[in-house]
Design a protein around this ligand. Structure first.
Ligand code: HEM
Length: 499
């Protein structure tokens, strides 16, 4: 039977239509096949089987502990999870290659941008190229300014003395992780936007904004772990299930972020402003872009700091001798004085303890890039164009090769030189703050915040876990968060033990 529409065309035109249609279908088929070959969703190698069946949970408390064990076992300290199309490495030479030597070949990439795109938009975390370079330049310039340092020290000190210490003084048991999340939210909001959400006022419920932010980050993180990303993409188009929740949470964040920007702009017209948003407003006028920057800084500075503090106090509560060593340093360096930026810099032991706890419990446990072109890593691993390449900071802190036989132990002294001074490690062996061109811009501020809180709490209180000895279990998310929080007993020092 002839097709009347096709009859209107000449034989050559008909041939061309059929030819190009077949070519398009074949190209689509080839590209889908290549994608499938790269991710191999059917793979049944031991690593993929353990991952997909959840068998890892029989032996390990956390997926990151399982990954660390696999990476230690591998002769190159690199593994391939085929079902995710993900090459994971804990090899410092590979990390240097990815983050520095061939930085341009390992951007965040389109898959990452689409996973976090709804939440972060064009914010610094989620972009490459010019858009990233511009934000990086402005943020690095502003964050390194002496004025920002003293502004942030003032804010963190006041949050600690007027809220955190009175709160700990008023309770006998508390979830320390929750307290640190509230504290870091207050600090980052005040530093970034000059707005005080007062999360540490426990009698106030967590604001809608904080709840929406928590929900949006965990739902976005769940996208990254999906074996079949197509599933969340379809749910997103249909706006159902978790994607519907994510859209709602992001919608709420949008409304509130815009409100913050509007108010800041009004205030700024009258009296400048020391916060980061006011500073960014000097360079950027696009409202949408400012919203994305606001959200990126929240993500950067909130959960990471809370996670670092939670791990620090978890480790101290199990290592009384280290707690006492820090206390001795506080008495020697500070006496009864308030901690200043300069004094904190003199506290080598406390700094070593902070770095050691971050080694064992990095807030960003792993970080992925997508290869722009084919490559070979220094350990010989072949990387195909488009492959996901991940460095695993959590596993890297547990490598005997790098840290010695006692790599699982909390031993702050490993960070001290013979002269007793703190000595840093290569960021590629210790990529807790990333490394190379995208090294964390807030590193100094984060260090100061964690040390200031650590010193202020240790000098007044001892915290002890309500359930000592139990291993930490992490909830899935962009930043390491302990499932069930960190319930502790709070005991006052100076002979004022609670009855
Ligand atoms: C203990 C606390 C912190 C840790 C462990 C940490 C860790 C990291 C890591 C691993 C990255 C790389 C992320 C990626 O590219 O995927 C990063 C980037 C970044 N961090 Fe931090 N961070 C901390 C605190 C902060 C704070 C307090 C701020 C800001 C006030 C901040 C601002 C940033 C920014 C803006 C970037 C993006 C840099 C870029 O892409 O060029 N961070 N951080």
């Amino acid at each position: 039977m002839s097709n009347p529409q096709m009859d209107q065309f000449s034989p050559l035109q008909r041939f061309s239509v059929v030819f190009f249609f077949s070519l398009a279908v074949s190209l689509l088929f080839i590209s889908l096949s290549l994608k499938l070959l790269r991710t191999r969703p059917w793979c049944s190698c031991a690593i993929c089987r353990d991952y997909t069946t959840g068998k890892w949970a029989e032996e390990f408390p956390n997926l990151c502990d399982w990954a660390a064990a696999q990476l230690r076992r591998s002769p190159t300290n690199t593994i391939h999870i085929h079902v995710l199309g993900n090459i994971i490495t804990a090899n410092p030479e590979n990390v240097e290659h990815i983050l520095k030597t061939r930085f341009e070949n390992y951007p965040k990439g389109q898959p990452f941008s689409s996973i976090l795109g709804d939440l972060l938009g064009r914010g610094i975390f989620n972009v490459d190229g010019e858009l990233w370079r511009f934000q990086r330049k402005v943020a690095a310039l502003e964050l390194s300014a002496a004025a920002v340092r003293s502004f942030s020290l003032r804010i963190i000190s006041s949050e600690v003395s007027s809220r955190l210490l009175p709160l700990l003084n008023s309770v006998s048991t508390v979830d320390l992780q929750d307290v640190f999340k509230r504290l870091s939210m207050d600090c980052i909001c005040k530093i970034s936007f000059g707005v005080d959400p007062a999360c540490l006022e426990l009698d106030r419920p967590m604001s809608e904004f904080v709840a929406a932010f928590d929900s949006a980050t965990s739902l976005s993180a769940a996208r990254a772990l999906a074996v079949a990303p197509l599933a969340w993409k379809i749910k997103r188009i249909l706006c159902i299930g978790s994607e519907r929740e994510l859209r709602k949470a992001v919608g709420m964040i949008d409304v509130l972020a815009r409100e913050v920007i509007r108010r800041r702009r009004k205030l700024r017209n009258f009296a400048g402003g020391e916060d980061l948003l006011s500073r960014f407003m000097g360079y950027i006028h696009d409202e949408e872009f400012l919203r994305d920057i606001v959200v990126s800084f929240l993500l950067a500075g909130r959960d990471t700091v809370a996670s670092a503090l939670t791990a620090f106090f978890y480790l101290l509560s199990e290592h009384e001798e280290e707690e006492e060593a820090i206390m001795a340093e506080i008495s020697r360096v500070l006496g009864d004085a308030a901690p200043s930026w300069e004094k904190l810099r003199e506290m080598n032991y406390t700094r070593a303890a902070v770095y050691e706890s971050l080694r064992l419990y990095p807030p960003v446990q792993f970080d992925s890039k997508f290869a722009a072109g084919g490559d070979v890593l220094p350990d010989g691993t072949a990387v195909e164009k488009g492959a996901r390449v991940t460095y695993h900071a959590y596993a890297m802190g547990r490598m005997e090769k790098a840290w010695g036989k006692d790599c699982f132990e909390f031993r702050p002294r490993r960070w001290l030189g013979e002269d007793g001074r703190f000595k840093a490690e290569s960021p590629f062996k210790y990529p807790v703050f990333h490394g190379g061109a995208r090294l964390c811009i807030g590193k100094e501020m984060a260090e100061m915040e964690v040390m200031l809180v650590a010193v202020s709490v240790v000098r007044e209180f001892r915290v002890r876990r309500v359930e000592p000895g139990a291993p930490l279990r992490f909830a899935p998310g962009l930043t390491a968060t302990v499932r069930g929080g960190l319930p502790v007993q709070v005991l006052r020092r100076r002979g004022l033990e609670r009855e």
